[in-house]
Ligand binder design. Sequence first.
Ligand code: RB5
Length: 149
Amino acid sequence: MRVIIGSDHGGFHLKQEIRNLLEEMGIAYEDVGCDCPESVDYPDYALPVAERVAKGEFDRGILVCGTGIGMSIAANKVKGIRCAVVSDEFSARMSREHNDANVLALGERVVGPGLAREIVRVWLTTDFAGGRHGRRVAKIGAIEDGDRE
Ligand code: RB5
């Protein structure tokens, strides 16, 4: 699995924790920044992560800002991206099993590092359930394509 990660200043420290976890898990990743905790704009990091997942260069993306909200709003503007803001393990699992989320957004000011690590671990190791959920996810794609019934 190839993972691409990014954060703004509000998520910089948690991104470092996630980098450590990915290394422990033996998962290859690319980090698009930011590279220090100085103030930056979260859409500048959400866009390359979302675009490169949408293009198929990476299997999953992980974005971190203060709340996860701005990152998720920006990432979900990219066609093909299903970004879920998650702050508990149950939602992490459901976002994969039911929604086939391909980008995870976390808030450094919302979840502590221990919980964030468990969320990422669950999110990266849970498969999409398919079946009726596949039909529903396909309908999200139809909305993106302007193909409403
Ligand atoms: C930055 O202060 C903060 O607004 C940002 O990290 C994020 O929480 C936005 O949604």
